[in-house]
Design a protein around this ligand. Sequence first.
Ligand code: ATP
Ligand code: MG
Length: 559
Amino acid sequence: MSTEPVATEVGRDFIRDIIQADLDQGKYQEIVTRFPPEPNGYLHIGHAKSIALNFGIAQEFPGRCHLRFDDTNPVKEEQEYIDSIQADVRWLGFDWGRNLFFASDYFDRLYEWAEQLIRDGLAYVDDQTQEEIRLSRGTLTEPGKNSPFRDRSVDDNLDLFRRMKAGEFPNGARVLRAKIDMSAGNINLRDPVLYRILHAHHPRTGDKWCIYPSYDYAHGQSDAIEGITHSICTLEFEDHRPLYDWFIEKLPVPSQPHQYEFARLNLTYTLLSKRVLTQLVREGHVAGWDDPRMPTMAGMRRRGVPPAALREFVKRIGVAKANSVVDVGMLEFCIREELNRSAQRRMGVLRPLKVVIENYPEGQVEELEAINHPDDASAGTRKITFGRELYIERDDFMETPPKKFFRLSPGNEVRLRYAYFIKCTGVIKDDSGEVVELRCTYDPATKGGNAPDGRKVKATMHWLSAATSKPAEIRIYNQLFSNPSPDASNFAADLNPQSLEILSDARIEASVAESNSMEPMQFERQGYFVRDKDSTPGKPVFSRTIGLRDTFAKEVAKG
Ligand code: ATP
Ligand code: MG
């Protein structure tokens, strides 16, 4: 795969150019696109690209976009997936209005058209096994071989096809194939399968059918039935286009859709294959389809990724005709940018270290004012309580600091955000030598964080009062795969053993702990966090959506 430069002009791409040209030529009054998921899994960020493209086009041009479930394989499809897909498309911010369709709605018509192909001598029932069909299909360099059943009479074919439909034969006993050309250079035209026998209950058609149409046969015809003008799919289907066109030409379909192909989204450190995602769930490598480490929309939603960030991401990567791999850093950038704008600021201490302010009166508490968003005054302020016992971040203290360490160390003075300057005067350790508590003094003249004598400190740190903050579990996520291009055929070997880190004795502001809000927020200097559904009344659980930029962390540390 090559790395392609990102489309320069945001919002413009070769597909939109084609559509504009078609409109300019007066080919269509209205542009009709569709997003056609197979309900055999949850949607992932690759689908978000396709959704934004298809629904986006319908918004930008006079037109509409259908949500159509490509539900032709009942063995793998479930109602749970149909429901989740609808929720995810809505969450991403798109709406199909009344245009919700199912390929299974067209099973009757597809069946009639198959009989029509038989009557026209363009389809036949093949009794060969799947394996025999595969072996006789030939290769890229060798032509295929005609099936011994290829020249059955129309009557025999009709009779057998009707008996297939009536359930007379077991799974796999026969298939219906198009009669095209076993020596075609394009293997997709070597008598592709149109129907297979599958005695399986369908979520929508129940037990009515025991033969089901193939993707290639169902897809274009569903497009034609719905009056789709531009049927946009990913590049793997480029070689299927001649077959798509063959059906449209041979069948009495009510419209003439055209297929266009674009490059699917690939991301570093990520696998976007439903087969792999299904296996991750089934084999318990993750906690479910909505595990925050999953590249699914459900996972990203649970992780606190705002839908606006995903829309911005797919806009920035653009739509190209050549495959490429997008750096996952680009997605993270879009998430940070959106959250920086929208998330309120709070304080959370991930790995607490206790601090006792020795010159602060025992039992005294005071309220200080903290701002909720540095760039948005309308977000207002809130009160935070200061007291004699505090928590700071364990990493913000070093007993014997290296040269460039400006945070807390014995004798060094730092600012506590919104509060006072403090200085470390003593270190208390447990038997194993681990630091368990710091003794500090504060300067009452520095209330609000500035010294009247103008003296400076080099670090500003977040903190919480021991008495009023609440305990929380915090979950930190890292890439699910440690390999930038994980191997889809042996993904287990590339799983990152450190993809989830649980911090079970974190502290957060009381109002955060007690709120049921699912809005992500920034814990200052730590990143963006969102309440997780695993929270219980006594123990809130917060997931880190994403950390802060390093540069940002440095800026804050400078104070
Ligand atoms: P997978 O290959 O992971 O099984 P799929 O393509 O079979 O996915 P569908 O449910 O058939 O999944 O996909 C619905 C639509 O989303 C299709 O039009 C497909 O081309 C598009 N799509 C799927 N994956 C991507 C991706 N990574 N990037 C862009 N579009 C995608
Ligand atoms: Mg597919």
